[in-house]
Design a protein around this ligand. Structure first.
Ligand code: NAD
Ligand code: MG
Length: 387
């Protein structure tokens, strides 16, 4: 029996890696639904290749263009808009959903999938940064299985045995493209330099997050909710080669690590097949010929975003929602050439400073905090040193 899959964010880096793994196992999986934001050409190509039953573009105008492009494939239904995106997760036959939209935009469709009782593969970490407590409550209420795709969290999941014996988890981080750039040069770095990650090819937002190390901060918050651990039991270690994807330390001193070549098809295949194992297309790790493995403490002066994420986590659910929204605004402004790289932590810090809402009791409250934090963060951009 094949399992019906919906991919939210099919045109992205995770979406495409997922399709690559799924195409290797047609006897197990059937791609039923693909969604994307606005990239019609890429979506049309994916539809021709994978033949879903439904394709949804969040942008309704893009949906109309896709409909015209796929006129010769009447079996593929095309939908458009926010509502169609949330409905797509419950299309007939869909049992499992890959949540791979980037940013806060993924929260509502991913929650719709949780509420529809689907098995969730979670790449979209911003869902948990924005609304971790409420999101995990919904996961429990609907009894859904949630499997982590983020390579660190997937590694920890693989190394988790008896949770009572865990002393701490250690999230590894490459340190990104600017790990050794002289601090004085960071003021001038461009979006192209920031997006040129040494080990991973990823979407632009997460690439900038990796360069600031906000990505690791978001992952600390993600781990806090996924594994129900207090922040003092989560540490971060720089490991430039990205071969060890994370570790779990036990009370007896044992440390279990998951290793592999840096290719997201490994955690994707792990989660899709769990508890079995399937081929992902990733080559064998050659430790003898590969680079020596190195480790160092993260430098919080170089990476103030990591410190801001720890502070927000200590501040509670409202603060992490503000952190996420302010970061999304700052990263977009940097990518648009409207904010220097060093302005990103300034915008996030200033927004956290000026806007300290109450703990959100429900989802509408989270959405309201997100919207207000975006306005406040926009206001900080000219003050944080316009590019
Ligand atoms: P990406 O930018 O390559 O792709 C994002 C996808 O989301 C695209 O399909 C796009 O069409 C869709 N999208 C963007 N905005 C949208 C909106 N407003 N509404 C609906 N759809 C929208 O991003 P990515 O690198 O694939 O990352 C996706 C998620 O996975 C992020 O949360 C990221 O943090 C996480 N993640 C990515 C990697 C990686 O290696 N790329 C690793 C770990 C975690
Ligand atoms: Mg990661």
């Amino acid at each position: 029996m094949t399992r019906g899959i919906c991919i939210l964010g099919a045109t992205g880096s995770i979406g495409k890696s997922t399709l690559d793994v799924l195409a290797r196992h047609p006897e197990r999986f059937r791609v039923l639904v693909l969604t994307a934001n606005g990239r019609v050409d890429e979506m049309a190509e994916l539809c021709r290749q994978h033949r879903p039953k439904l394709a949804v573009m969040r942008d309704p105008a893009a949906a109309q263009r896709l409909r015209e492009r796929l006129a010769d494939l009447p079996d593929i239904e095309v939908g458009g808009g926010e509502e169609a995106l949330c409905a797509a997760v419950d299309y007939p036959g869909v049992q499992e959903v890959m949540a791979a939209i980037v940013g806060a935009a993924g929260l509502l469709p991913t929650l719709a999938a949780v509420r529809a009782g689907k098995k969730i593969y979670l790449a979209n970490k911003e869902c948990l940064v924005m609304a971790g407590e409420l999101f995990m409550e919904e996961v429990r209420r609907h009894g859904v299985t949630l499997l982590p795709i983020d390579s660190e969290h997937n590694a920890i999941f693989q190394c988790f045995g008896d949770e009572r014996g865990v002393r701490r988890i250690i999230l590894t981080a490459s340190g990104g493209p600017f790990r050794e750039t002289p601090l004085a040069n960071l003021a001038q770095v461009t979006p192209e330099q920031a997006c040129a990650h040494p080990n991973w090819v990823m979407g632009r937002k997460i690439s900038v997050d990796s360069a600031t190390m906000m990505n690791k901060g978001l992952e600390v918050i993600e781990a806090r909710w996924l594994f129900d651990l207090s922040v003092d039991r989560i540490s971060v270690l720089i490991h430039p080669q990205s071969i060890i994807h994370s570790m779990v330390e036990y009370l007896d001193g044992s440390v279990l690590a998951q290793l592999g070549n840096p290719d997201m098809r490994t955690p994707i295949a792990h989660a899709l097949a769990y508890p079995e194992r399937i081929d992902s297309g990733v080559s064998s790790l050659d430790l003898a010929r590969g680079p020596a493995l190195q480790f160092q403490e993260p430098d919080l002066q170089r990476f103030p975003c990591l410190a801001l994420a720890f502070e927000a986590l200590a501040g509670g659910s409202a603060a992490t929602a503000v952190l996420n929204a302010a970061n999304e605004i700052a990263v977009q402004a940097f990518l648009d050439g409207k904010l220097p790289f060093l302005g990103i932590p300034r915008v996030v810090a200033a927004t956290l400073e000026v806007y300290q809402p109450q703990r959100p009791a429900d989802l509408p409250a989270v959405m309201a905090i997100d919207a207000e934090a975006r306005i406040r963060a926009q206001q900080q951009i000219p003050l944080a040193g316009a590019a």
